[in-house]
Design a protein around this ligand. Sequence first.
Ligand SMILES: [Zn+2]
Length: 438
Amino acid sequence: MVSDERGSPIHAYRGELLSVPDDPAKGGRVRHHLDGLLVVEDGLVVGFGDHADLAGRFADVPVERIAGLIVPGLIDCHVHYPQTDRIAAHGEQLLEWLDRHIFPAEAAFADRAHADRVAAFFLDELLRNGTTTALVFATVHPASVDALFEAALARNMRIVSGKVLMDGGPEMLRDDVASGRADSEALIARWRGRGRLGYAVTPRFALTSSDEQLASAGALIAAHPDVLMHTHLAENVGECAAVRARFPAARDYLDVYDRFGLVGPRSVFAHCIHMDDPAIARMAAAGAGIAFCPSSNFFLGSGLFDLARAGACGVKTGIGTDVGAGTSLSILSTLGEAYKVCQLRGTSLDPFRALYLATAGGAKVLGLEDRVGGLQPGQEADFIVLDTQATPLLARRMAGASLHDRLFGLQVLGDDRAVARTYVAGALAWARDRSVTR
Ligand SMILES: [Zn+2]
């Protein structure tokens, strides 16, 4: 990782700034400064606005000129780091894909050295793709969380993760109620307050835990007001049918989680495709959040998430890559996929709203809206520099384009190639144009 070599506790970046701190669908204003100044002190934003307005106030501050579009660091609300090596696995839909490709890959995380290697690669890939905050599935092994958190601590990244609870999973990946609870408690105690890390109680999904373990997860969340709950919900038709068969008394899939105390303002549910209006309304009332994972939903043939309905009902929503079912760690290209899902649903996703979902909207889902996502004064200075000239086609399409069209072009044609730099808490963490050493 490249650290900030100037050593100045306060420094500024002059260039084009863009941030969407509030939902444009609810009247949130796009903050755009063509000749802007972003001022950072001790890793926090202290100024964000027009250069002409701020230059006087920060006259003594060293300024670096930045070519490109500066936006907040991207936020991935749902991704599985142990599945990195199984991205692009051919063949099945969800339940068969898990059995054939994913569970064997996750079993390898019993080896801590393997977990360390994958965690380092995964986090470096996030930085290369402009992702500075992520809610991440580990595996059932507690050491898989230690590996990820140690690597995230070394990079000063904002990572939330947790040991997967799955006492009803396949033999090679099974915990039990008591060890699942004890291991989760130990991890929460070990990592609480360290760096920019957070813990999420992580039952894999309803079918891989016993009723007792789901209840234990609910008790864990109730006991620790600073942790999130992270799981999957209503992803695949076959999965939903199996949940209905196992829980005939539940109103629906969401109600299964609700019965065990798993639906609340700190809950993050990936997918949420096959749900009716009352279930979505219940999510809104509970303050729960959704991770919309379009590339994964296309890849596994899971279905089309209804973003417009979630927005109309007021459910917090962010974007997830869901690698290994997702086909890219790039949130930019995932926004292009989100656009296509909305087209198939008969709505048009505005590029500024898409950026909101991938930054401040995602921060809200993770309960981090005070810390990251908007580059507002007082927030942590996680930001990236986007290059609209990154490829010949982008450069050609972008010539003379409006901000709206440039942003949309980056989402449809852009990916890791369009991320020129990634800054974490004000320090340069990745740069395309220099060698990166840590
Ligand atoms: Zn997932």
